[in-house]
Design a protein around this ligand. Structure first.
Ligand SMILES: N[C@@H](CCC(=O)N[C@@H](CS)C(=O)NCC(=O)O)C(=O)O
Length: 199
């Protein structure tokens, strides 16, 4: 299967970290694309023109990182990254949704910062930042999400925190969030995180 990606994308990182954790990375051919510079090449596979986009061995094109991860979870024999038991499944998907929401808001903030200064809308950026901060507080207060075996929620949170360190170090997300910071210090040393760390 082929995974269309852009190197610094945190959504791509989530998919790749999960692929490494489940031993599927060897089956994935990486194809670097550029959503902004060569929009049509990516849009030919994904009408939304976004990464990550997976083209399966059957020729099916899947996009949105949560959908790609759900698909990958059907391809390995290890412990599911999205557990089936309801008492674990929904909390894991909820944590993934918070993490993805923080990433969506952060990526919007980043794009806003790249616009010409005269076109930037600071209220919009501030709104996105508030979402990020509230999402981080929710994660800090969700001790249960850091317990138990590896799952997709934990991978998603690891990728979020790595992205904030990469793009928004001045936000100092660790301030006031000691539990999340301590958890990330250990989680970030996993081979899957080290191998996918943004340069
Ligand atoms: N919800 C999507 C978000 C994907 C996303 O925003 N990807 C960004 C790169 S990090 C992108 O392709 N941006 C180009 C665009 O939005 O046109 C997912 O989970 O995959």
């Amino acid at each position: 299967m082929k995974l269309l990606y852009t190197p610094p994308s945190p959504f791509f990182r989530k998919v790749m970290a999960m692929a490494i954790e489940t031993g599927l990375d060897a089956r994935i051919e990486l194809v670097e694309v550029h959503p902004f510079e060569r929009e049509q090449a990516l849009a030919a596979e994904n009408p939304l023109g976004r990464v990550p986009t997976l083209v399966t061995d059957d020729g099916l094109t899947l996009f949105e990182s949560d959908v790609v991860c759900a698909y990958l979870d059907t391809l390995h024999d290890g412990s599911p990254m999205i557990p089936m038991e309801p008492e674990r499944r929904w909390p894991v998907l909820r944590v993934q949704a918070i993490a993805d929401g923080i990433l969506d808001a952060s990526v919007q903030r980043r794009y806003e910062s790249l616009r010409p200064a005269a076109l930037q809308w600071s209220d919009w950026s501030d709104r996105q930042k508030r979402k990020v901060m509230r999402g981080l507080d929710a994660l800090e207060n969700d001790a249960a999400s850091r317990e138990g075996p590896l799952d997709l929620g934990k991978i998603a949170v690891g990728c979020v925190l790595g992205y904030l360190d990469f793009r928004f170090p001045d936000d100092r997300w660790r301030d006031g969030r000691p539990e999340l910071a301590a958890w990330f210090a250990t989680f970030d040393e996993r081979p899957s995180m080290r191998k996918t760390r943004p340069a």
